[in-house]
Design a binder for this molecule. Structure first.
Ligand code: DAH
Length: 330
């Protein structure tokens, strides 16, 4: 055996041990350069080949190639092993223990007044109504006059009003939305209008100076009181549950004729839940509709009233006090 062959075999043996002992990819790359690189140990040995006689050259050339291939394969294999081990280690580092206790986050919830409005609106949207809104600061015209309540009409006493210095006022009901909507739309109309309203009431368990109403209005040809009754009954049925006794009581509102108040029997008691009626011809005239062509019905009800009844809330003031002990119950 020539010296070169011995050197080649020794080189392969040392390289094998070194590659097997390498711990990371940089080390493997370092070994590749050290043994197989341009200025590496294998190249250095092969430089000696020039001095060889012709007989030995093919044999030693074949051995040199063999050593090179063996080492290349070993380096590749080691690279793969180390890369796999790295992935495995990373995966186990990043393992999440799903049984550890989590970080608690308090969930917010919908205020009972908002959830009540949402429920009411959902029912009317289901019946084909569109949502409409109007401003909380109103003019006397929209809040009263256009609704058939002239300046000195005694019906103004029903709604004690907050006036602003400039003569405008805080709307006392959502009925002005009827006028605004009719002024800017042609029949047929079906709207549901939720909103905040204001009255100069002394605050107690059942009264608040600020509260919420929902108004509904339907205008079309041939709308009758039967349509009003059917709509209200369907709404109340969906709101309170199936077997509900509903009573229409004759009443008075300046903007409807005839007018009614509606009571429902709930948990053994009659509860007054809303005012309603056929839209007064004067109201239709005020917005330029011909009362001989169009008729319609309207209704208005208090959101707090519904929320208090449905959730058995004993005092309206709880709705505005932001007491978490109360709010967390919903
Ligand atoms: N606006 C009335 C109020 O606040 C409620 C009302 C009664 C509205 C009859 C209506 C209605 O649309 O037809 O007391």
């Amino acid at each position: 055996m020539t010296q070169i062959e011995t050197d080649l075999k020794n080189l392969e043996a040392t390289a094998r041990t070194a590659i097997a002992a390498s711990n990371n990819l940089e080390e493997v790359e370092g070994l590749r350069v050290q043994y197989l690189g341009k200025k590496g140990q294998l190249s250095q040995i092969l430089r000696e080949m020039g001095k060889l006689g012709g007989d030995d050259k093919p044999r030693i050339g074949a051995l040199a190639n063999q050593v090179k291939e063996n080492l290349q394969a070993l380096l590749e294999g080691q690279k793969e092993t180390l890369a796999n081990a790295e992935i495995k280690a990373q995966l186990s580092r990043e393992t999440i223990d799903v049984t550890l206790p989590g970080v608690g986050r308090a969930a917010g919830r919908v205020h009972p007044l908002n959830s009540t409005v949402d429920r009411i609106i959902d029912i009317f949207v289901g019946l084909g109504y569109t949502i409409a809104t109007g401003p909380q600061i109103e003019t006397d015209y929209y809040n009263f006059e256009a609704l058939n309540i002239p300046p000195d009409h005694p019906a103004r006493d029903m709604q004690d009003t907050f006036f602003l210095p400039d003569g405008r006022l805080l709307r006392t009901h959502t009925s002005p939305v009827q006028i605004r909507y009719m002024e800017s739309h042609e029949p047929p109309i079906r709207i549901v209008a939720p909103g905040r309203v204001y009255r100069r009431d002394t605050v107690d368990a059942t009264h608040s100076a600020v509260f919420h109403q929902v108004e509904i209005l339907a205008i079309d040809k041939n709308i009758t009181f039967t349509d009003l009754k059917g709509t209200i009954k369907e709404f109340l049925k969906q709101m309170f549950g199936e077997d509900l006794a509903v009573k229409f009581r004759a009443s008075y509102f300046p903007f409807t004729e005839p007018s009614a108040e509606v009571d429902v029997q709930w948990r053994g008691k009659w509860l007054e839940v809303m005012g309603c009626g056929m839209v007064d011809p004067n109201v239709l005239k005020a917005v330029g509709y011909d009362p001989n062509v169009y008729t319609g019905f309207a209704a208005g009800f208090g959101v707090e009233r519904f929320a208090m009844v449905l959730h058995e809330i004993d005092d309206i003031r709880r709705c505005y006090s932001n007491d978490l002990r109360f709010l967390k119950q919903f």
